[in-house]
Ligand binder design. Sequence first.
Ligand code: ZN
Length: 301
Amino acid sequence: MPLLHSITTHTAYLPGANNLGVVLTGDGGAIAIDTGLDKDTGRLLRRALDEAGLHLRAIVSTHHHADHIGGNDYLVRNLPGVSVYAPRIEAPLIENPLLEPIYLALGASPPAALRTKWLMAKGVPVDHLIDGNIAEIAGLTLEIIALPGHSLGQIGVAFDGVCFAADGFFGPEVLAKHGIPYAHDVAAQMASLERLAARDERFFLPGHGRLTQRSDLSATLQANRHAIERAMHAVRDALAEPGDTPAVARRVQRALGLTITGLPQYAIFVSAVAAHLGHLEMQGDVTLVMTDEGAVWRSGS
Ligand SMILES: [Zn+2]
């Protein structure tokens, strides 16, 4: 069985813990949509393209998370002439991956536990910034879909009846595992789900989860909305008593029955809880106040 799975005439993907999208330029070239966690996923993508007789011309990085850009360095170093494209606001984080563990460490120089490949890829220069809703890449015109929320400026890519949706939605099996579908901005994340719901591509490829047909998209997006609402309720319920962000995170973790073993996963989880607290504050449901105990969230405005 070939490594690369064909989707439509001009699209394919390399399935994995992180699905990597491939757009075929029609003249033997290929554009990769994300490159996975590390040099191993980069190498596997290279092998998959070799096997299919395709030459990598460009990489589109949908957002800066380490599990989406980790193969960039290997591919750019080993395949001459590959250009990297990324959304304008994500580019600095793709070029300077230390910024991800820095923001997860409250802006401080991050502890060793957060300097792992799960949070910190190798940086590569971004050759072309993506602005607006089309990108001309390797002779093709790709449609760019703004999918912020999961990350500050995440994008999806649509071409030939396929929407490469990055982490704009997750497969139901992935939602069940994670407790909170990670967001930096919950309102933007929910708006991006609606943007995806309005698309009419035949196939939707999430970064994590199965290739989804249009007919199954509504149910999958609904599962994403439910997971976000469940997390939001758990955060609101956690504020029956005031608490600082780590205390709220602890209560939410218990309420959702989540086992979190690693520090990187814990840092991401606390960040996701903080995003929900920020969202509830915008709605006037919670307030952050300064007390003798430090900055504490409490119910009400
Ligand atoms: Zn992500």
